[in-house]
Design a protein around this ligand. Structure first.
Ligand SMILES: [Zn+2]
Length: 180
């Protein structure tokens, strides 16, 4: 009764892509739109829909057969450059490093010292609960001041939420302030 579904069947494994085709040939044999259709791929022994990595595999096969060609040398350089870029991307980002620090013993000790020195009170509005130890100069823009006691003040959560990333207001009590 119903329409017959055309199933693509199991996808070809990359290890079954055994022909050798140069990068030059792959890049110059495309449809007018610059892509590769089933007909082109069939010529190279790649079944539609192509397994991911088919291009790299064909080129690797070609490189293995032509180890001394200038194109193989260029391909090797390209692969090395790509690997170097990936290594760079994998370097832990500043944000992740800071998030780690904010969970460390060093931070909790520093935070405790701030309360010990100043007392338990929002330096902006005077509230005495939901208190945060805040970086006066934001840690996103001054990562070098993340563990500097002189860059820390006490704000309640509401004041801290209200504070923008560009705000650097120092709310610490000044010597000639009203009795704190
Ligand atoms: Zn407050």
């Amino acid at each position: 009764m119903g329409k017959k579904k055309t199933s693509p069947g199991p996808r070809q494994k990359l290890s079954e892509v055994t022909m050798a085709v140069s990068r030059k040939e792959i890049m110059s044999t495309t449809t007018p739109k610059g892509s590769w259709n089933a007909e082109i791929l069939a010529k190279w022994g790649v079944k539609w829909p192509a397994p991911s990595g088919w291009k790299r595999k064909l080129i690797e096969n070609w490189d293995a057969q032509n180890p001394d060609s200038p194109e193989t040398k260029r391909n090797r350089q390209r692969a090395a450059a790509k690997a170097a870029l990936e290594r760079e991307i994998n370097v832990i980002s500043l944000e992740e490093t800071q998030a780690e620090f904010m969970k460390s013993d060093v931070w909790y000790q520093l935070r405790y010292k701030v309360f010990t020195v100043y007392g338990r009170k929002c330096m902006c509005c005077g509230k005495r609960y939901n208190l945060d130890v805040d970086h006066i100069k934001p840690k996103s823009r001054y990562p070098e001041l993340i563990a500097d006691f002189n860059n820390l003040q006490i704000l309640c959560r509401d004041c801290n939420y209200g504070k923008g990333n560009w705000d650097e207001t120092d709310w610490r009590p000044k010597p000639d302030d009203d009795p704190w």
